[in-house]
Design a protein around this ligand. Structure first.
Ligand SMILES: [Zn+2]
Length: 95
């Protein structure tokens, strides 16, 4: 007995999917907190933390760049669309 109850470290790897599932059901954060026997503020903090720092897997994927050589000046350049055949300089010249 005794000792100050420290805020325990939550196992968010386990809790995140549970929180998401409950929110997906249309539950409010307060209800989610009750269901998981956690403090509302803890859940709120976690949700805002996740908004600020999305996991690597949730990042937008950059389009793969294609190596090309310009049809006009033959300069090598990289482009996101296979339909672009001119380097940025020549495209700018075309207007
Ligand atoms: Zn060019």
């Amino acid at each position: 007995m005794g000792g100050v109850m420290r805020p325990s470290k939550y196992d968010w790897a386990r809790l995140d999917p549970q929180v998401d599932a409950l929110l997906a059901k249309g539950m409010r954060v307060t209800q989610v907190a009750q269901a998981l026997e956690m403090r509302v503020q803890t859940i709120r903090d976690r949700l805002s933390y996740r908004r600020r720092a999305p996991r690597a897997g949730m990042k937008r994927v950059a389009p793969a760049l294609i190596d090309r050589s310009c049809l006009n000046c033959r300069a090598a350049f990289r482009v996101a669309s296979p339909f672009l055949r001119l380097c940025p300089v020549c495209r700018a010249d075309c207007g």
